[in-house]
Ligand binder design. Structure first.
Ligand code: ADP
Ligand code: TRP
Length: 327
């Protein structure tokens, strides 16, 4: 625990494409809530994105967009430490040191890596070493809790193993982090009913123009039940998405409509469109203000990086001394 007795909660998100409502309900919203009850460290992992994004302009744009989205959605840089990973060189410095505490076998066992290779991707070393950079991200800040999706749990366990090896070799240095998996965080379905994911091209981005949003919502795949048939709200991705945005009363009304003949899916889609549009209205306005002033965004990120660096440097001074880099 940190001195103010709030747990240090840390997590990051890759700027590998426009952020979507799966990212929002699965990660960003929770991080924004954490700023009220923890010592929150939140960052955009542009160094990790280098493993898959090979166009400089795309990476730079996605990074700025991710920062802007987070700020617009309510992440408060006064209540948290919010920065871009690549702005704090201590991440890469610690990574190199940690490589030497990491067995090949540990990385070879990582599911995320194995899955990518199984899908036919020819891995580069960055992709193989991805969990070591992630370990550095976490233990550099002595984080207690790391909220992640189920797919990232193993990577946090790897971070814990690497921290443990370092502590064993050089003496107690790092806090052992724990993954925080919220079982209540449902997997948000995409347009086709699979997990919403950039890789499946089935996303609804958070900040689309209304006509684009309409196109996405209208393309949500539903079953073939006709108007006069009773429908199944519990096995319908349209309903699952509706529930995220509607209040309890609206959800109950929609559920009844599903269970009563007469509902046209297209009507439910039109309502979903409006409800999503209204849900993000205040944030959209805030975003529109922010994008007018990129200098301010850059200033915020510069201050965020300075705040992160100050914490990271305390760890690194200790680490350099322990491993013998100070002579
Ligand atoms: P993508 O699958 O689009 O590439 P990422 O893997 O970069 O998304 O996920 C970033 C964060 O958003 C993670 O914390 C992940 O758990 C969360 N997330 C992504 N998609 C979903 C989803 N469909 N449902 C719930 N959470 C999600
Ligand atoms: N690997 C994580 C993902 O793809 C992103 C990430 C990088 C991260 N460093 C982290 C998450 C540190 C938590 C803590 O979602």
């Amino acid at each position: 625990m940190t001195t103010n007795q709030k747990p240090r909660v840390l997590s990051g998100i890759q700027p590998s494409g426009s952020l979507h409502i799966g990212n929002y309900f699965g990660m960003m919203k929770h991080m924004i809530n954490w700023q009220e009850k923890s010592d929150l460290f939140c960052f955009i992992v542009n160094l990790h994105a280098l493993t898959t994004v090979f166009e400089a302009e795309t990476l730079a744009k996605n990074t700025l967009d991710a920062v802007t989205d987070f700020l617009a959605l309510g992440l408060d840089p006064e209540k948290s430490t919010f920065w871009v990973q690549g702005d704090v060189y201590q991440h890469t410095e610690l990574t190199w040191i940690l490589h030497n505490m990491t067995s090949m076998g540990l990385l070879e066992r990582c599911h995320a890596y194995k899955e990518k290779v199984a899908k036919g991707l020819t891995p580069n070393h960055g992709l193989f070493a991805y969990p070591v950079l992630m370990a550095a991200d976490i233990i550099l800040y002595q984080a207690n809790l790391v909220p992640v999706g189920k797919d990232q749990k193993q990577h946090v366990e790897v971070a814990r193993d690497i921290a443990g090896s370092f502590n064993f070799t050089y003496g107690d240095t790092f806090v052992l982090p724990e993954p925080l998996i919220d079982d209540n965080v449902a997997t948000i379905p995409g347009l086709d009913g699979q997990k919403m994911s950039k890789s499946y091209k089935n996303t609804i981005e958070i900040f689309l123009e209304k006509d684009e949003l309409k196109k996405r919502v209208m393309s949500i795949v539903t079953d073939t039940r006709g108007v006069n048939e009773v429908k199944d709200p519990d096995n319908c991705n349209l309903f699952a998405l509706y529930k995220l945005f509607a209040n309890d009363e609206q959800t109950a009304v929609m559920r009844d409509r599903y269970l009563t003949p007469g509902l046209k899916y297209v009507e439910a889609k039109k309502e979903l469109l409006e409800i999503i549009w209204n849900y993000f209205e205040p944030q959209r306005e805030k975003r529109a203000e922010l994008v007018k002033d990129p200098d301010t965004i850059h200033d915020i990120m510069k201050a965020g990086a300075a705040k992160a660096r100050a914490v990271a440097e305390v760890t690194m001074e200790d680490v350099r001394r322990r491993v013998g880099l100070i002579y």
